[in-house]
Design a protein around this ligand. Structure first.
Ligand SMILES: [Fe+2]
Length: 185
């Protein structure tokens, strides 16, 4: 857990990063997977001041960015899951959701085997894998107190990718749009 700026807190374990942006009202940027959300839940419990999480933002539909939606919705039942229209459509497929669950189960098992999780979390509920609110170019998520997150469509890494800009703290959230670490470094 690390404070990145006045209004942004980094949660997760660096493999799964979650950005809590806002003050009284907040968005969780990135959804990760059940294993990552399990770690976020522990960090959340230890936060002295908890904002109202109004939105959880899925940056694109790849498995390591959407499987966590289900557990995040359980943790924050009043929050809206937000993503692109393409991501929403992809997450209507039962076949896709079953495949996502299989991937999620593998990562959770690896976390437990390697001692990164103490307890097995509840199984991913695929009924909760979905986007409630579609966003695209020109849309914003209002966080009160004149704080907002602006959305940009940034296809390239995947057609469904979006990025988010938090003007107040001059922070851009690119997800995988600018590349990511692999074995080549
Ligand atoms: Fe990706």
């Amino acid at each position: 857990m690390k404070r990145l700026s006045d209004n942004i807190l980094l949660l997760g374990n660096t493999n799964f990063n979650y950005y809590l942006a806002g003050q009284k009202e907040a968005v969780i940027i990135e959804c990760g997977m059940t294993a990552g959300v399990s770690l976020l839940a522990e960090q959340w419990a230890s936060l002295p001041q908890k904002p109202e999480v109004k939105y959880i933002l899925a940056m694109h539909s790849h498995f390591d960015h959407v499987c966590g939606i289900a557990m995040l919705k359980t943790l924050f039942p009043s929050a809206l899951a937000v993503g692109s229209a393409r991501t929403q459509k992809i997450l209507t497929s039962d076949k896709v959701k079953q495949a996502l669950k299989r991937a999620d189960d593998i990562v959770t098992a690896a976390y437990i085997k390697n001692g990164l999780l103490k307890e097995k979390p509840a199984d991913l509920n695929i009924e909760l894998l979905g986007i409630d609110l579609c966003v695209g170019d020109g849309d914003s998520l209002n966080l009160g107190n004149d704080l907002k997150i602006d959305i940009f469509e940034t296809p390239g890494h995947s057609p469904c990718s979006i990025s988010a800009y938090f003007e107040q703290d001059k922070a851009m959230f690119l997800s995988d749009a600018a590349g990511y670490r692999d074995d080549s470094g």
